[in-house]
Design a protein around this ligand. Structure first.
Ligand SMILES: [Fe+2]
Length: 357
């Protein structure tokens, strides 16, 4: 099969900025977390006002409609840190007081324009996503985790980058945690090299019924894909589990299950992962190819307008890391410039809704 690693035993650990350890990064917060300055906030707010006055729809906006003469330099630095560095970044301190959801979403969308092209995040064509408990049951084969209040284990999303903006934090829980998938790869090689044989081979995973043109209801993707001196990763264990329910999907072997248990165990080790508590206005960006993200279960306030609500962007970057064919053919749809294109279902137009649907 194309792209298969011939001899997993010959693999060696990857050295690079994306192979970080959580306890090291916790002491380097000033490197990956930027608190907006007063001048930067004013510049972003002035761009938001301009867009809101124009009445333009999000999908019509270009960078010229959202001018950020100085903030754009900061965003470009962050973008480089995501694509060529450790693979995650946090912007903190954007004030939401007095802002409508539309204004906050405009700020987030406008910043996203300087990072990449928004992709559809589901079968409804949503390019502005809403991570909110809609009362769905995570055990439902077609439910997506972001529509529930369940704990979401470490996983990747289906785009080069994912961005989350906190509009409302939870009453309790909902703690975000990330881990370097390259570090997990290195640790598996060191501690359980026999498991790597399974992890570089494809796993069947569901597409949750959101099926791009010409694809099956399942996809086959390895967890680790050594490629061009780096290790690209794609991992959604719940999608592998739900893939088992699809007719024709080969049953997961014991070797495969225990290899997945090993990666989950390593990712969950304190010191390996890095935890972040979301504050209102926080904007977290993560490169899916080298970083897994997770969150703890959460409890909501009773009032509907106080419920945990994050805005989400999936962004494609034309100059993103070189990817193996698994990522551009087997699973993802592909943009014109060859990047993962999120979840685009034929005949479904792109929309940027302001509420969870
Ligand atoms: Fe996610």
């Amino acid at each position: 099969m194309e792209g298969l690693i011939e001899n997993p035993k010959s693999l060696s650990p990857v050295v690079g900025p994306e192979a970080w350890i959580g306890c090291d990064m916790a002491s380097l917060q000033s490197e990956w977390c930027h608190e907006w300055t007063v001048a930067e906030i004013a510049e972003i707010q002035s761009a938001v006002d301009k867009v809101c006055r124009s009445g333009l729809d999000f999908l019509q906006l270009t960078k010229a409609d959202f001018p950020l003469p100085t903030v754009s330099k900061r965003i470009l630095y962050m973008r480089q840190y995501l694509l060529e560095g450790p693979g995650f970044y946090l912007f903190r301190g954007f004030p939401l007081d007095g802002l409508s959801l539309r204004e906050a979403a405009t700020a987030f969308w406008g910043i996203g324009l300087y990072i990449g092209r928004p992709c559809s995040q589901n079968g409804k064509g949503h390019v502005l996503g809403h991570v909110k408990n809609l009362g769905l049951d995570y055990r439902d084969p077609l439910a997506r985790g972001y529509q529930t209040s369940a704990a979401l284990p470490y996983h990747t999303d289906s785009s080069d980058l994912v961005g989350l903006m906190c509009w409302q934090p939870a009453k309790a829980g909902g703690l975000s945690s990330i881990v370097s998938s390259t570090t997990v790869f290195n640790e598996v090689l060191k501690r359980h090299p026999e498991a790597m044989t399974e992890l570089v081979k494809p796993f069947y995973r569901t597409r949750w019924g959101e099926i791009p043109e010409g694809k099956n209801s399942w996809a086959e993707v390895p967890v680790f894909m050594p490629h061009d001196g780096r290790v690209i990763s794609h991992y959604v264990r719940s999608a592998i589990r739900k893939g088992q329910l699809l007719p024709g999907a080969p049953p997961l072997t014991d070797h495969q299950s225990s290899a997945l248990d090993i990666v989950d165990r390593i990712a969950n080790e304190d010191g390996i992962n890095l935890k972040m508590d979301f504050q209102p206005g926080d904007m977290q960006f993560v490169c899916n190819h080298f970083t897994w993200h997770s969150r703890t279960a959460f409890e909501d306030f009773d009032l509907p307008e106080k419920r945990r609500h994050l805005l989400r962007l999936w962004l494609a970057c034309a100059d993103g890391p070189s990817l193996p064919s698994w990522m551009t053919n087997a699973y993802e749809g592909v943009t014109e410039d060859g990047r993962p294109n999120g979840i685009q279902v034929p005949g479904v137009p792109l929309i940027a809704p302001l509420e969870a649907e």
